[in-house]
Design a protein. Sequence first.
Length: 275
Amino acid sequence: MKQLDFTLSLIDKLSRPLKQAQSSVTGFAEKSKAAFMQIGGGVLALAGTGMAIRGALSPAVEMYDALNDAAAKGIDDQALKAVQRDALRFSTTYGASAVEFVQSTESINSAIAGLAGNELPKVTKVANTLAFALKSTAAETAEFMGQMFGNFSADAERLGKVQFAEQLAGKMVYMRKVFGTEMGTIKDLMEGARGVGTNYGVGLDEQLAVLGQLNRTLGTEASSAYEGFMTGAVEGAKKLGLSFTDATGKMLSMPEMLIKLQGKYGKSLEGNLKA
């Protein structure tokens, strides 16, 4: 009963108010999809407008060395030409370092397995754009993207690596806006949950939305709470006379589970159970 009480207590916290929790999940994919377009245009443009271009472009010798280093790591010449072009444009527009942009190609190529020559420049641009928007570094962004590409490799293959990277960037901007979570926090939340969502067939959007909501209410306990709920939800539901699986045996989405619980126990699940 202790595990059941814990599960219901967790659901109670997540479902007050239920509509807010539901909208966090159900609206996540649609709203985050447009977020990358915003940082590509509006957000970065506004940031760039307020910044003076910090001197001239990086010295040619530094750029030459950075390109040579990347080439020595096996990065294709055509890919490097595209990266150099994007780096100079990025530097001119936002006052960022073109050399660091080029140098980030190595960490991105290492972090994300299987990037084709025509994909690497585009993903490099996405990673640097996201790093700039979130005031992070390209190295940190590359590490995070590597983790997410690994955890959701099926999605990356289905969408294509560039589109997955763009959508992931949008999701990160959305997470910061809605939940106030930084990229490093999201990385820790995902690691702390130990892949439990993916193991139960939960998609990236729902995992991010639920973990973001839990992080806001439970803080550092969010990951373990999510893992505990997911592993005990099906058996806990049976004890309540409910089912958290569909006809095929797949676990229901979080909004669907919340609706079932609210239908039986009302808005305050824990309070009504004790009553």
